[in-house]
Write a protein that binds this ligand. Sequence first.
Ligand code: HEC
Ligand code: HEC
Length: 330
Amino acid sequence: MKKRSIFLLSSIALTLTPLVLASNEPIQPIKAPKGINTAQVELGKKLFFDPRLSKSGFISCNSCHNLSMGGTDNLKSSIGHHWNQGPINSPTVLNATFNLAQFWDGRAKDLKEQAGGPIANPGEMGSTHELAVEIIKSIPAYQQEFKKTFGSDGVDIDKITQAIAEFEKTLVTPNSRFDQWLTGKKDAISDQEKAGYQLFKSSGCTACHNGVAVGGNSYQKMGAVNPYKTDNKAEGRFTVTKKDADKLMFKVPTLRNIELTYPYFHDGNAATLTEAVNTMGDVQLGKKFSKDETASIVAFLKTLTGDRPSFTMPILPPSVDSTPKPVPFK
Ligand code: HEC
Ligand code: HEC
């Protein structure tokens, strides 16, 4: 019996060698999403790009999470309904499916719960769930697609957010050069990039930025070692838990595709990756990197850019006479 189990163990170790090697690293490669409902994805894609979910008829999810870029708006803070300047930087929707919860403070438990937020946020899409449903429901082609997708009549906010969330689950970015290296392609990253990765690990960045998304899996204090100075009013996780210990605790952002999602931090105050890395070294680790060290970490971070999802632009059905009209200026 004993012999047999030893034999089993060693044969498992042999067959799993490449996997075992990758899993010794604090970062794991992205795999393609599984168990996705493709009808919901197609419908969710349309809704993600449909500005009629906003009161103005002008702002879609894609306005602030531009999928032709890195899934953000590349602004310090977002512009919403009535050119309202938002209070916080827009995080990327790419790989958001890996987050332990959604928003900087984690106030939405998953993508579905999150998707209801911006539609009814007066400073974002400025609509209400009732109005958004009324608009979508008035459009016959949507009615039919909802029926086909969900197998029942009717459009409601639950189905809308379910479809959008299912689409967002497909917004993952596998096959970055770093993932190729992790899975055995030795020349996928350069010596400088490798040195940057070693420094990223040895300095302690991986204490917070680890796992498949290189972040997204814990809340950590901004200013763990040295205080972070900002005029931004966000208090992080404290807003949700009201515990003093959670002040300035933010969901650690993913570093996947980080070269695309500038500017950085919840306040958008770091314009460049160089600045963000130096600030992290200082406030999170009490370290001052040399120019070369920062450059190599930045070079490593750029190897985390993966294949962005690409698809044909969704074609949206037109409004009809009875569709509630856009209200852009009120
Ligand atoms: C006006 C700009 C704007 C629009 C429109 C908008 N968002 Fe966002 N989105 C943001 C901002 C800003 C945040 C961060 C808010 C916070 O954390 O308090 C955010 C957060 C998110 C997150 C959480 C990501 C993370 O890492 O925590 C997801 C997912 C998301 N939005 C999806 C959507 C979807 C889906 C829509 C359309 C229904 C949408 N957004 C519309 C600006 C916008
Ligand atoms: C103690 C945990 C912790 C450590 C250690 C840490 N970070 Fe961070 N990192 C965070 C948190 C939390 C944020 C978000 C802070 C904010 O926006 O207020 C962040 C944000 C970032 C961002 C900006 C991401 C974005 O989308 O805005 C980059 C880049 C980054 N970290 C790189 C690094 C590097 C490089 C190191 C090592 C030198 C490091 N971090 C060490 C927790 C940590």
